[in-house]
Write a protein of this length. Structure first.
Length: 97
């Protein structure tokens, strides 16, 4: 579980990232979660865009993606979801204590 200070730090790092995945009309599925797991292992911090044609609630989508990928939900703001998971092999982000 991330503290408020750690979430603030991750949000500041994520600000400059571009979204690498999109959730559309199909919603969350196993295929999407598998790709997110692979990407988050390499990058640790990723952004995901929720498209306008997606009818599900953005907060629920964020929770589903975080649980499916075993990651932490950092932020849901507007149409953007930010996820973080500490990498086993490619650790680059140092969280504040």
């Amino acid at each position: 579980m991330l503290t408020g200070k750690q979430k603030r730090h991750l949000r500041s790092l994520a600000h400059h990232l571009n979204p690498i995945f999109q959730v559309g009309k199909g919603g969350v599925n196993d295929h999407l979660i598998r790709h997110i797991e692979e990407a988050i292992e390499v990058r640790e911090l990723i952004k995901i865009t929720v498209l306008n044609n997606c009818l599900e609630d953005r907060n629920e989508i964020g929770q589903q993606l975080a649980e499916g990928a075993g990651a932490e939900l950092v932020q849901v703001i507007g149409k953007i979801i930010v996820l973080y998971k500490e990498s086993k092999d490619h650790k680059t982000i140092e969280l504040p204590v």
